[in-house]
Design a protein around this ligand. Structure first.
Ligand code: ARG
Ligand code: ZN
Length: 880
């Protein structure tokens, strides 16, 4: 474990390395406990660097076996070595060959960085700094090398030998061993290196690119699971076509391989020509995967594939530029999913995710700019801000420039920077160059942390036919940035007339308004629209054009009108969601005052109308009827959070909506019962989503347990089965129906780890204080393993991140358990532990008693000696 050294890496300290490594040859002799790696680096001193300048290579827990220069062993005095660094004290020439032999232990590698074993399969994860756990190297993304890799292993144990690039040759060796050689002609940074060796099944296909190049596609999974990869394969081919059509980007090697492994720190990894995936994002069929799983697989397959251009062909100069590849690639996978499915539904889902994950990060102690300026542990910066907000920033560039100019900018980016390790400044420059626009104020979206806040009030003057907006922007302080600069905020909008059509307007003063977008640049702007003979209803931030929080003074009648009539589907959803949120906040306040929450009848009626409106797609109706999550409500309230009061208010609203609409909901539920063949596409998923939302409501009514039990028992796919089990375990915990369903599910799927994750997740998110004992008990379940990231995330991550009433128990026991468990995870896997610990980031918004207990738990972690750099960084920032 790499313990904390307190070292801080700063963007302003960036300088090019003294040496380059244009080529590297590697030979792996695989063995479970003692793999030998011989790396031969072609080293070149950079122009202008003094002869004899020491060469410092990065390592991490490495054991050096030998080191040679130009084929001759190096004298001991000529180098210095520790597990973390190899220094060639005085390199002999401007260009030389350096051979390094290291020994690593894949079986003992529980951090899952570098070379490790997962279910007996050798695999690697090198981003961000895992390559230095394989050999000593200049392990930084601006060192681009051509890789040639030879892998040798016992054939019985590892019939499959894969690395990046194209296969060169393979053959038999004495003693039952064999080898394979791979060559990747595209110079790449070390974080994109990959190796896989083992005994796996293969789903094969092929793809012909737009220029007629044939590519062999392979997805490797556990033997017998090949058919479960067919949806992923289909998504891959659709991704390849889409990137050609939408961005003119074609695949560039003879083979494209994907390997699914069951121990993986993140979602997946875009290694050149050899993507490695968490098997959760590859394997699916209707019996084992939910519609959400299918959608995630499609998105992540696309994401990693799209990295081939945005990440691999053009990589990052340094890790501060991580959003250059991640934000952009998330933007591309969002657009892909929008094109494959329903664009408005996709957008609503994206915004919900952004608000659920990025907003609390941006509004809490872990806030950082999309392009950070400093870090202690880079693995802690694979965040919602870098990914999700990073994508929003790219989306805003398109909003500001327009689709055509945006595409021209992307074309220039690919043309100008192919083969480069580039920066955000390079990225912004191409858009400035194609459009002639000055994006310097806009660039603050990359450089300034925090969620900008915009307040708006409006007034209509019937005699002058003027509609006036008073707009003010502000950005709250974030860690180490107390004073904020003013942002360029592009707000898509419409002035909606009584018939639901946008009204035309005349002259506008006080802001630039172009193509339905109002551009804010100043602290205060008074915007006047002339020529409006009727009072318009303002629809602002349509499509969530800017990732801001918005206080819009608006009458409930206007919101109800927008919810039914806005031409922008996102804004219709937003209007209704705002009504629900306001009602829930009022309900929460009544609860705190020991009064029962009360809800306007109009809300339930509107919900009923939305549910029954056949002109709206079912997936949209499902999203509209989904009440804001407890955490969403907490975020809107901001401080003094008592999760029990929020839960009670939400529960009361759900009951009142269910009661008012019982008949309609039951009828619609029955109508949605489709008997046709299962399709994981947007339509099929949308119908199931709506039916399952109705289930959630109906499960709250008398007879709800029987109703949910029937839903569970008659389910023909995992989406419905999991929804039924959730309704039982969350709303009817302890009833015979719930106990029985949990037991049946466990019985049926005990040997399918990914399905058991759902079983863990459903129980870990069951509301109420009893969840803690359940979760504690489940850590001893045979299907649970503290060393497996997916298991830990489903049980512990869900409990801490998605169980407001269970985790935030008033007695603080949830936090104590959590602190203990995080430390337990850390011993094996610091990265996963640090990620888990971010669940505490909003602790300051709790009411004082819980806040005190949360703080105690955080402090107890810091008292442990020799914390990993990963965990210490998160806890210290969380407490700061
Ligand atoms: N580049 C990967 C992706 O977003 C994420 C890998 C991050 N891994 C890590 N250990 N930090 O597609
Ligand atoms: Zn990525």
């Amino acid at each position: 474990m790499r313990t904390d050294t307190g070292q801080v890496f700063k963007l302003e300290d960036y300088r090019p390395s003294d040496y380059l490594i244009p080529a590297i040859d590697m030979a792996f002799a695989l063995a479970p406990d003692a793999t030998r790696v011989v790396a031969t680096l072609t080293v070149e001193r950079r122009q202008g660097v003094a002869a004899g300048t020491p060469l410092l290579l990065d390592g991490d827990e490495l054991k050096l076996v030998r080191v040679e220069i130009d084929g001759k062993p190096l004298k001991e005095a000529a180098y210095a070595v520790t597990p973390d660094q190899l220094t060639i004290l005085a390199p002999p020439a401007a260009r030389f060959s350096l051979t390094i032999e290291t020994e690593v232990n894949p079986s003992a590698n529980s951090a899952l960085m570098g070379l490790y074993r997962s279910n007996g399969v050798y695999c690697t994860q090198c981003e961000a700094e895992g390559f230095r756990r394989i050999t000593y190297f200049l392990d930084r993304p601006d060192i681009l090398s051509v890789y040639t890799v030879r892998i040798e292993a016992p054939k019985a144990e590892a019939p499959l030998l894969l690395s990046n690039g194209n296969p060169v040759r393979h053959g038999e060796l004495a003693g039952g061993r064999h080898f394979a050689e791979w060559h990747d002609p595209f110079p790449k940074p070390s974080y994109l290196f990959a190796l896989v060796a083992g005994d796996l099944g293969r789903l094969a296909d092929e793809f012909t690119t737009m220029s007629g190049r044939k590519v062999e596609l392979g997805i490797y999974v556990e033997h017998g699971k090949e058919a479960l990869a067919s949806y992923a394969m289909d998504a891959l081919k659709r991704s390849m076509t889409w990137d050609e059509e939408k961005f003119g980007r074609e695949y560039d090697l003879d083979v494209f391989n994907i390997v699914a492994v069951s121990d993986f720190n993140m979602g997946a990894m875009e290694n050149k020509g050899l993507n490695i995936f968490n098997d959760k994002y590859v394997l699916a069929d209707q019996q084992t995967a939910t519609d959400a799983d299918f959608a995630n697989i499609e998105a992540i397959i696309a994401h990693e594939y799209f990295h081939n251009w945005t990440g691999n062909r053009i990589t990052c100069r340094d890790w501060f530029q991580l959003c250059l590849k991640e934000g952009l690639t998330v933007y591309r996978d969002h657009e892909f999913s929008a094109d494959q499915r329903s664009r408005p539904v996709k957008r609503i889902a994206e915004v919900r995710t952004l608000r659920a994950h990025q907003f609390p990060e941006d509004q809490g102690p872990l806030a950082h700019p999309v392009r950070p300026r400093r870090y202690r542990e880079i693995n802690n910066f694979y965040t919602a801000t870098v990914y999700e907000k990073g994508s929003e920033v790219v989306r805003m560039i398109r909003t500001i420039l327009g689709a055509e100019m945006f595409r021209a900018g992307m074309d220039l980016y690919f043309e100008r920077h192919d083969g480069d390790a580039a920066t955000i400044d390079d990225f912004l420059k191409v858009f400035e160059d194609v459009s002639g626009q000055d994006l310097s104020q806009f660039a603050l979206w990359y450089h300034q942390a925090g969620t900008p806040h915009v307040t708006v009030s409006s007034a209509y003057n019937a005699s002058t036919h003027e509609f006036t907006l008073e707009i003010e922007q502000s950005s709250p302080p974030t860690p180490s940035e107390s004073r904020k600069r003013l942002m360029h905020i592009p707000l898509a909008f419409g002035l909606v007339g009584p018939d639901g059509e946008d009204l035309a307007f005349g002259e506008v003063s006080g802001a630039t308004v172009e193509d339905g977008v109002l551009h804010l640049h100043k602290r205060r702007q008074t915007v006047v629209f002339k020529g409006l003979s009727e009072r318009p209803v303002l629809s602002l931030n349509r499509g969530f054009s800017a990732p801001i929080t918005l206080s819009l003074e608006q009458k409930p009648e206007d919101r109800i009108f927008l919810a039914g009539n806005d031409g922008d589907a996102f804004s219709r959803w937003q209007a209704f969601n705002t009504l629900l949120t306001d009602a829930l906040i009022a309900g929460f306040r009544r609860m705190l005052g020991n009064r029962q929450p009360e809800f306007a009848a109009s809300l339930g009626e509107l919900a009923g109308r939305i549910a029954a409106n056949a002109s709206l797609e079912p997936a949209f109706r499902a999203l509209a009827l989904t009440l804001p999550a407890e955490a969403d409500i907490a975020r809107e309230i901001g401080k003094g959070i008592d999760p029990d009061a929020i839960f009670a208010a939400r529960e009361a609203l759900a009951r009142s909506i269910a009661t008012v609409n019982e008949e309609g909901f039951r009828q619609l539920y029955a109508e949605l019962n489709s008997d046709g063949p299962f399709r994981p596409d947007a339509d099929g998923a949308g119908r199931r989503a709506l039916r399952n939302v109705l289930l959630d409501y109906l499960a709250l009514l008398p007879g709800g347990a029987e109703f949910a039990a029937l839903h569970f028992a008659s389910a023909t796919n995992m989406t419905d089965r999991a929804a039924g089990l959730t309704a039982l375990a969350h709303r009817h915990a302890g009833t015979p129906q719930a106990v029985d369903a949990l037991a049946r599910f466990e019985n049926e799927y005990s040997s399918d780890a990914l399905v058991m994750d759902k079983w863990f997740l459903i129980q870990a998110s069951a509301p109420g204080p009893a969840a803690l004992d359940t979760v504690r008990g489940l850590t001893a379940h045979p299907a649970f393993s503290i060393g497996n990231p997916n298991r830990v995330r489903s049980l512990i991550g869900t409990f801490a991140g998605a169980n407001q009433t269970g985790f935030h128990r008033a007695d603080g026991e949830g936090y104590r358990f959590f602190a203990e468990t995080v430390l337990e995870v850390e011993k094996r896997n610091p990265q996963v532990a640090a990620r888990l610990a971010t669940a505490m980031r909003s602790w300051r918004s709790l009411e004082p008693v819980r806040q005190g207990k949360a703080r105690e738990a955080l402090v107890s972690i810091l008292k442990v000696e020799k914390l990993s750099a990963d965990l210490k960084d998160i806890i210290e920032r969380t407490l700061a």
